[in-house]
Design a protein around this ligand. Structure first.
Ligand SMILES: O=C(O)CCC(=O)C(=O)O
Length: 215
């Protein structure tokens, strides 16, 4: 891993990891998580947010959207109806012995695995083409096989709200996830809370979420 420092006023203010690309849109992320803040939602559930954690996110978005084999999942239950999922998805699994679609995703996966002590071995890519695409309230299903799974999301493209509410209802908490933001759900979040990316009325450009899980 190559570390680059930005020297401001004689001190290194931020240290960013720099990927292997050249030019103005070099993707780089902050391995020190300097801007990360944790919010405890209750005694056992937390979320981490690091705004703008991945710089050059446009480049990562463009490359992934151009090259991943996205498909639409069919026969998904949403709001008690069986529908075609209103978003496109693609997956990468460590078990398939293929490299990650971009080398910076391997570096991010390794770093997040170390930080959260989770062997993230799966990356899910969700493409919300516009404000009509969404995912309904849910907790990740692998909570049934893993206790307190951690899910890390890097948001790329247009800003979209992500909401959390206590399972079974209650006041929701909302974040507007922007280009390059890192959002991590942990503790009992998948057991005791549900999350959604709702449809938005205002014109929204496409958004890609890159989700790291250990399955
Ligand atoms: O797109 C997101 O940020 C959330 C994705 C999600 O909740 C899921 O795929 O289960």
């Amino acid at each position: 891993m190559e570390l680059t420092g930005v020297l401001l006023g004689g001190t290194i203010e931020q240290v960013f990891y720099q990927g292997s690309l050249f030019g103005t849109l070099v993707p780089e992320f902050d391995p020190a998580f300097l801007e990360l803040h944790r919010l405890d939602l209750d005694d056992t559930t937390w979320v981490d947010l690091a705004p703008g954690w991945l710089r050059g996110a446009d480049h990562v978005y463009d490359e992934l959207v151009a090259n991943l084999p996205f498909r639409q999942r069919t026969g998904v239950t949403m709001y008690d109806r069986v529908v075609d999922e209103p978003r496109l998805s693609a997956w990468w699994r460590a078990e398939h012995d293929m490299p990650e679609p971009m080398s910076i995703l391997r570096d991010i996966r390794v770093l997040l695995s170390e930080r959260y002590r989770e062997p993230f071995d799966s990356i899910g890519f969700n493409l919300y083409r516009d404000g009509n695409d969404s995912v309904a309230w849910h907790g990740d299903r692998h909570r049934h096989v893993v206790t307190n799974p951690v899910i890390a999301i890097v948001s790329l493209g247009a800003p979209r709200p992500l909401r959390l509410r206590p399972r079974g209802g209650g006041a929701s908490v909302s974040w507007q996830l922007g280009n390059g933001d890192l959002f991590v759900m942990g503790g009992a979040c998948q057991h005791d809370w549900e999350h959604t990316v709702p449809k938005v009325r205002a014109t929204s450009g496409p958004r890609l979420s890159v989700t790291f899980r250990s399955v």
